[in-house]
Ligand binder design. Structure first.
Ligand code: SF4
Length: 702
């Protein structure tokens, strides 16, 4: 029972896109406690290990950046300065560079951890006032292939399903996702469904036998890069057996004939051979899909983080369209977002190719609407800005001179770390706005701005099921740290745009943002902070006073003809080639208890108990060939760099494939443990999402 001086606050976990509800108890003596919020519809009281230990991160200020710092040149040490000094100098340099080299000489690289209001003001600042679309986010590394996949097939970047569909579907096709570790609360809902109904089938597609795959009814450990071949083969089996919904295809889709041609390019036997899978397993998967009443496809980084990520997305979504399994309870395609607010960022158009409320930068009407709404002093540039990985190129070749990095640690998280380091060294100005002194990127900063974090600022986030929740401010930030939006508004004022950025509070920013959604597919124009606070969370669109659990229930899609599109794509993988020097495929991913570059989760001892050091998973055959035994320290080499780790010999990876966790850098190791020393800068041509899951490497004893 609560003591009288304790206060309770309802908020949302700040780690992953599941967006679990949290009840935070402030004990009134500096101690905090978290528990799952039983009333939150997304999580129903559940939290995973990361969420359950969030209070430790909030109580531990030992790593916090407390005051602005800067250095006048790179050979000098950082010095404490006032906010005024730091932001005045930033504004002076931005103004000079924009005047001399044009607005595209500067850019913002922000984060799916940012609150929607923060995304909104940075996007408005860059696109409407600086006059450049160079604002991108680490969500580019996470779900941009799904965004393009949804738009190509469904006509809109919209997740059509709800978590409640996980409770009633009876066939789950989980592709490129270790949901049991990376989206644990979503996974628990699927497991609970299967426990209630043993007939439920789980099919897992993954080159690794992950925790998720280990409980599957059917695990398809395909060769990395052959996903499109697999989905087209499944489509072929469904079509050949008549296990498709002909009425749905006829009435609500277009492109069937072309898609059919793509699906019939290979025989099922040829496709199975290319994927390295038994043909009968493909046929069994198709039978499971056909026999089900509720069919959900779920996917995440294994599909998205690929040089053919969009092709993988559209081919998988096609399985739902062929079978008419969309817009009905327990059916539909479901991309699991990594970051907690990747969805909110998309809603305000916080990517280099988007405008607010899912408007398109390339659409003159959309640009005119937003220019008028913002009363922008410059026309919005019709050309897409630089995406995350393109910003690295632009810094290296001098097109971009200044980068402002907010709440992300690209020195560990972007591919090809050495290239990122050279790009940041080449920049004339690197501003790093962050929370923790543990970020590896700080070493490259000219100006450091200390930011507030979870519990220390107010705003909203949207989780993977389009559910918007309000996060209250509960604590004051330490030292001179300030909320990210407040920092940007202050900067905008120093650039001379104070009037357009004169919001009194996050609620004011939110109120402006929701006006941009009026009449769009993601309309939340009637959803105020007051309603959000009262009802706790709502799924967009918000119409007639209600949220929307499921989209496309009338089977009309937001395309010009109102039909969903079946898109037949080539099934070749264009990742970097293997060679005699680099014969193994390296794939990467998360471990259960850590989050991204570990600046937050790495502070919690309990979370280090599961896995505390970097490791390389390698198949027994590949290990034996190289004289590697369990625990041997190995060097993984690729065309761009090396990583050192202890070997774990396991048949959980396919022969010819090895695995490194993505998290370790300075924290938990050193630069020699940084997985992205190896990964390549190739990206999907449509989504610009990097190819993290396929790098050619060799492994030798250290
Ligand atoms: Fe937080 Fe995601 Fe775990 Fe939920 S599943 S508690 S949102 S990390």
């Amino acid at each position: 029972s609560r003591r009288p001086n304790e206060t309770e606050h309802k908020t949302t976990c700040c780690y992953c896109g599941v967006g679990c509800g949290i009840v935070l108890t402030d004990k009134g003596n500096g101690a905090l406690h978290v528990r799952g919020d039983e009333t939150h519809p997304s999580s129903k009281g559940m939290l995973c290990s990361k969420g359950m230990n969030l209070h430790y991160t909030a109580m531990d200020d030992s790593d916090r950046l407390l005051y602005p710092q800067m250095r006048m040149n790179r050979s000098m040490p950082m010095q404490r300065v006032s906010w005024e000094n730091a932001l005045d100098r930033t504004a002076r340099i931005f103004n000079r560079l924009i005047g001399q080299y044009g607005p595209d000489s500067v850019g913002f690289y922000i984060s799916g951890q940012c609150l929607t209001e923060e995304y909104y003001v940075i996007n408005k600042l860059m696109k409407g006032f600086v006059g450049s679309n160079n604002i991108d986010t680490n969500s580019r590394l996470c779900m941009s292939s799904a965004v393009v996949g949804y738009k190509m097939t469904l006509g809109e970047d919209s997740v059509p399903v709800s978590y409640e569909d996980l409770d009633i579907a009876d066939c789950f096709f989980v592709a490129g996702s270790n949901a049991a570790w990376a989206h644990p609360v979503i996974w628990r809902r699927m497991e609970a469904n299967k426990q209630r109904n043993p007939e439920v089938k789980i099919i897992v597609v993954d080159p690794r036998r992950t925790q998720t795959a280990s409980v599957a009814d059917l695990h398809l450990p395909l060769r990395p890069g052959t996903d499109v071949t697999l989905y087209l083969a499944l489509a072929r089996i469904l079509i050949e057996n008549g296990w498709i919904d002909r009425d749905f295809i006829h009435d609500h889709t277009e492109g069937f004939d072309t898609f059919r041609e793509a699906a019939f390019r290979r025989t099922v036997a040829e496709a199975a051979d290319a994927c390295g899978l038994p043909e009968e397993d493909l046929r069994l998967a198709a039978r499971y899909i056909h026999a089900s009443r509720g069919f959900m496809t779920l996917w995440t980084m294994g599909l998205n983080q690929s040089v053919i990520g969009v092709n993988k997305n559209v081919s998988l979504i096609a399985l739902n369209l062929l079978t008419g399994r969309i817009g009905k309870p327990g059916n539909g395609p479901f991309s699991l977002t990594g970051q907690p607010n990747a969805m909110g960022g998309r809603e305000v158009g916080g990517l280099a190719n988007l405008l607010p409320a899912h408007r398109d930068l390339g659409n003159a009407g959309h640009r005119a609407e937003i220019e008028r709404f913002w009363q922008a002093p410059v026309p919005i540039n019709p050309n897409p800005g630089l995406t995350a990985t393109e910003m690295v190129d632009a810094l290296l070749d001098g097109r971009m001179k200044a980068i402002w990095i907010v709440c992300t640690n690209p020195m560990v998280s972007l591919p090809d770390s050495d290239r990122v380091a050279r790009a940041l060294q080449k920049a004339r100005l690197v501003v790093v706005q962050d929370v923790s002194s543990r970020s590896d990127t700080l070493a490259y900063a000219d100006i450091v701005l200390p930011a507030a974090t979870w519990l220390e600022k107010e705003g909203t986030m949207t989780n993977s099921e389009r559910r918007i929740t309000h996060l209250p401010k509960v604590l004051d930030p330490p030292g001179e740290a300030r909320a990210d939006a407040e920092i940007i508004l202050d900067f905008a004022g120093r650039m001379g745009w104070g009037e357009a950025f004169s919001y009194e509070s996050p609620a004011d920013i939110y109120a402006e943002h929701v006006k941009t959604t009026a009449g769009t597919e993601c309309d939340i124009s009637g959803l105020s902070y007051a309603i959000l606070k009262e009802r706790r969370s709502i799924q967009w669109p918000f119409r007639n006073g209600e949220g929307t659990p499921r989209l496309f229930t009338d089977h009309r899609f937001p395309t010009p003809g109102g039909r969903a599109r079946l898109v037949g794509v080539p099934d070749e993988n264009t990742s970097e080639p293997l060679s005699p020097d680099y014969p193994l495929i390296l794939t990467t991913g998360r471990i259960r208890d850590q989050w991204h570059t570990m600046t937050r989760s790495g502070k919690v001892n309990k979370l280090l108990q599961h896995i505390s050091e970097p490791f390389l998973d390698i198949h027994p055959d590949d290990a034996a060939e190289r004289g590697i035994t369990e625990g041997t320290v190995v060097v993984v080499s690729g065309r761009r760099g090396q990583v050192r780790a202890k070997a774990r010999i396991t048949d959980e990876v396919r022969p010819g494939v090895c695995f490194l966790p993505m998290h370790f850098g300075k924290i938990g190791g050193d630069v020699l443990n940084r997985t992205n020393n190896l990964t390549n800068p190739l990206f999907d041509p449509k989504s610009k999402e990097p190819d993290f899951k396929f790098t050619a490497v060799e492994v030798v004893r250290y």
